[in-house]
Design a protein around this ligand. Structure first.
Ligand code: ATP
Ligand code: MG
Length: 455
């Protein structure tokens, strides 16, 4: 079906002509939508959730857009907290879940001044109409609304057409949109990888031209977006695109440089990430494992270099060399971005220790028992699964380690502790009671101040 949109008029798709069902909307998001609508406010499901539901995917979160102002939202919902400095957002809290509810806002004025980097800098955002709210969003497929009053989809930006043709396209001129917020270039790559879409040619051209602007984005946002490049089951594609369009050169220059040295390096990284994606299709894989796999080929080459040039001519212990190499490769990057410690320390451990799972564990060995009881062991197991996919002919003993983990790992221990009922031992009980009595006597209130009868 083709939808024609007149200027300033949205395309409205009635319930009978689309597939988005209320059954797939989170019940708490529905509660928020219905409550706002019952008080005569506009109440739309917005952003990624509409996109994902129309694609038949499970949304990560459900965001709501409304014409109610933040203070009004707060007065309507007891479980509401206002957050954000520049633009107040309402967080409506249901247990651990948050339904983010935002008042429609418009993009800042086009005549905004440029800062010293030539990037557009704007004043605080201001409230706007639903159309203005759609136009300020990043990509057409992220600019769709679902209206709870009519159950229809409202499209001001051509998102339905792009969903159909599987295209990531900036809303408005990509050169302006990417310069306003360079992180949008990473988001384009992420959505293309995650949804299996293509980025439109105008956006690709603009990304190639303005990739360098990413260097001006805040480190904390970049740190977050680098981790979001580890897309579930599509990390290979997202990193390939980031490399091809010049984003990786700005984000992770040492990795980019190494990849461009020879085609074999690229091949090794894409294969490692392919194995990661294949494993993620079957089981959980943490970001630390993804981080380790991204750098694994580069670390392996560094291990060989370190082992080749030991001063005494003696070759390093391979585990020691692996740790040194992983630290050498990762430390400058993690220091620059201040990645969470748990992420990179675990990645280094995975790079160093996963190989241990190619030999059988010894249940009598204190070292092996210590290893399985270490907090990172579940991630070592995940890493081993990825390495097994990458190197299937190695003698992996993952099942045997897993069995020992079930039997003697922390969960087994905790369960044993919970089930453990101490045997009745009259001697111990008596001793404890006597001790308590004595203590009570000694610690009687004001015992020290009270004069003893003999005094
Ligand atoms: P995901 O499923 O990965 O969370 P999402 O589309 O929900 O994808 P979010 O980062 O949660 O992405 O953002 C929610 C919505 O906010 C987006 O769909 C988009 O409409 C808007 N948005 C987010 N970041 C930007 C940005 N930098 N510029 C413009 N709009 C943005
Ligand atoms: Mg989201």
């Amino acid at each position: 079906m083709f939808f024609l949109r007149k200027k300033n008029k949205p395309i409205i798709i009635p319930r009978s002509d689309h597939t988005l069902s209320r059954r797939d909307i989170d019940p708490d998001a529905l509660k928020v939508l219905y409550r706002l609508a019952s008080l005569n406010h506009a109440a739309y499901l917005v952003g990624g959730s509409v996109r994902d539901l129309l694609l038949g995917r499970k949304p990560k979160d459900f965001d709501v857009g409304t014409d109610a102002r933040p203070r009004e939202i707060k007065s309507i919902f007891k479980n509401c907290f206002l957050v954000g400095k520049r633009f107040r957002l309402a967080h409506i809290v249901f247990g651990k879940k948050v339904i983010e509810t935002a008042t429609f806002r418009k993009a800042p004025a086009q005549d905004a001044v440029q800062d010293e980097h030539g990037l557009y800098q704007y004043e605080d955002n201001t409230f706007g109409t639903p159309q203005e709210d759609a136009l300020r969003r990043d990509f057409t497929v992220n600019g769709l609304f679902y209206d709870i009053k009519t159950f229809s989809i409202i499209d001001y930006v051509g998102g339905l057409k792009d969903l159909k043709s599987k295209t990531i396209r900036s809303i408005g001129d990509p050169s302006i949109r990417f310069r306003e917020d360079p992180v949008r270039m990473m988001r384009a790559v992420r959505f293309a990888a995650k949804l299996g879409f293509d980025i439109c040619s105008a956006d690709i051209k603009a990304i190639r031209k303005y990739a360098g602007d990413l260097g001006n984005a805040s480190l904390s946002r970049l740190c977050e977006e680098i981790q979001r490049l580890f897309v579930h089951q599509a990390t290979e594609r997202s990193l390939r695109l980031a490399y091809e369009y010049g984003l990786l050169a700005v984000l992770l220059p040492s990795l980019h440089q190494w990849l461009s040295e020879k085609p074999e390096n690229c091949e090794a990284v894409w294969q490692a990430l392919h194995a990661l994606d294949q494993t993620a299709a079957k089981q959980d894989v943490s970001n630390a494992v993804a981080f380790a796999m991204l750098f694994y080929p580069m670390v392996t080459e560094t291990v060989e270099q370190l082992r080749a040039k030991t001063p005494t001519g003696k070759r390093f212990n391979v585990f020691h060399a692996r740790r040194l190499a992983a630290e050498k490769v990762l430390t400058p990057i993690v220091k620059h971005y201040r990645f969470p410690r748990a992420l990179w320390m675990t990645a280094i451990d995975i790079l160093e220790l996963t190989d241990r799972l190619t030999r059988k564990p010894d249940p009598a060995s204190a070292r092996d028992i210590r290893f399985i009881n270490h907090g990172i062991f579940p991630e070592i197991l995940q890493g081993a699964e990825v390495f097994k996919t990458l190197f299937p002919t190695r003698p992996w003993q993952i099942e045997v380690w897993q069995a020992l983990y079930q039997k003697a790992g922390p969960i087994a221990r905790q369960k044993r502790d919970e089930d453990f009922v101490p045997p009745a031992n009259p001697h111990t009980r008596k001793a404890r009671r006597r001790h308590t009595k004595r203590r009570r006597k000694n610690h009687a209130p004001n015992a020290q101040q009270q004069p003893t009868p003999s005094a």
